[in-house]
Ligand binder design. Structure first.
Ligand SMILES: [Ca+2]
Length: 340
């Protein structure tokens, strides 16, 4: 038994990016996988900042940053972020032939930050990873990581398109697990939290849904675990203030999140927290929000998301009152302004 415990401890030390120490409440940290389209809207970068701060606090173990936006820059930006925040070993998974979104933003801020140079012409921000060719496909990384986790333990926070997730469901058994992707998800994933959809206006076709409607349809209708989504109307009510981006990171001469903000839109601007609200629910649960009754969610051909209350349903969506929106904003300010 003693030998077994030593072996387990050694294995824990070898796990990437996270000490697996218990929280102050004696609970193991929550295992989280971040599924993101870094480089489109800048709120992905803010959501990632939040995740590192949850990891600093011992609340989560960030198992991976998986990208559903094509290209080298999002991966290199994620590597810059991992390195900046002191977690250079958190794995990064990439996508090939993902959703076409290259011209959606005026500027790919991930590329803008990656291209920044110092006065000597060297890359402004440090990297840890040797290069793009060595990144695993996100789907492969999911299988590897999920197979190694306890049953019903992993929370996926998905704040981009659902392409990787549908591809994961469709995978056959492999060297990591004999289970199909759908079986593996059903066994290992506790909860999928998405930033997706709009429930107070069916005429709004939310971006993360629209960019891959077939994938979103399968995820909302067939994903084999509970799904909770933070829709368009939540994040837009909690706007992260430009004053915080301009002032609270001033301790660093250059900060990758601030540089991302500067590249994305002309400063100063407040930005909705679509993705940070999904991360908040993924880590802290529903106390900050109004959580719908259980039900089902259908995705139309045009990209509307339609909720129907249903006893025993496994889909829920979030909403916020003005008071809840203000409380969430103050909570974000408290966390994000920590000097990192
Ligand atoms: Ca996003």
């Amino acid at each position: 038994m003693k030998y077994f415990l030593i072996l387990l401890t050694s294995m824990a030390l070898l796990l990437p990016g996270c000490s697996r120490k218990t929280t102050s409440e004696g609970e193991p940290p929550l295992s989280v996988i971040f599924e993101t389209d870094l480089g489109n809207d800048v709120d992905d970068a803010l959501a990632l900042d939040l995740l590192y701060k949850y990891q600093d606090a011992g609340k989560i173990c960030l198992l991976a940053v998986n990208l559903n936006k094509n290209g080298e820059a999002p991966a290199e930006f994620a590597d810059i972020m991992n390195t900046w925040y002191g977690y250079p070993d958190i794995p990064i998974g990439i996508i090939r032939d993902g959703a076409d979104c290259e011209t959606d933003a005026a500027v790919n801020y991930a590329k803008a930050v990656v291209d920044l140079k110092d006065a000597e012409g060297k890359p402004l921000f440090a990297r840890s990873h040797p290069g793009y060719a060595d990144y695993p496909e996100a789907v492969t990384l999911y299988r590897k990581l999920l197979a190694a986790e306890p049953d019903a333990s992993v929370v996926i926070a998905s704040v981009g398109f659902s392409t990787n997730l549908i591809r994961l469901l469709e995978t056959p058994g492999d060297a990591y697990s004999p289970l199909t992707g759908k079986e593996l998800v059903a066994q290992k994933v506790k909860l999928l939290v998405t930033m997706a959809g709009c429930f107070d206006n069916p005429e709004v076709h939310e971006y993360n849904v629209v960019k891959d409607i077939p994938a979103a349809k399968v995820i909302f209708e067939q994903w084999p675990t509970p799904v909770v989504t933070s829709p368009y109307e939540v994040g837009i009510q909690v706007k992260y203030p430009a004053t915080s981006i301009e002032n609270d990171f001033a301790w660093a001469p250059q900060h990758p999140v601030v540089e991302a903000y500067k590249a994305y839109l002309p400063m100063p601007y407040d930005r909705p927290t679509w993705d940070p609200t999904a991360v908040l629910y993924a880590v802290e649960g529903g106390d900050w929000f109004t959580v719908s009754a259980p039900g089902c969610i259908q995705v139309t051909e045009e990209g509307s998301t339609l909720f129907t209350e249903e006893e025993g349903g496994t889909r829920r969506y979030l909403s916020v009152t003005p008071e809840q929106a203000e409380a969430i904003l103050q909570h974000f300010l408290g966390m994000i302004t920590a000097s990192r």
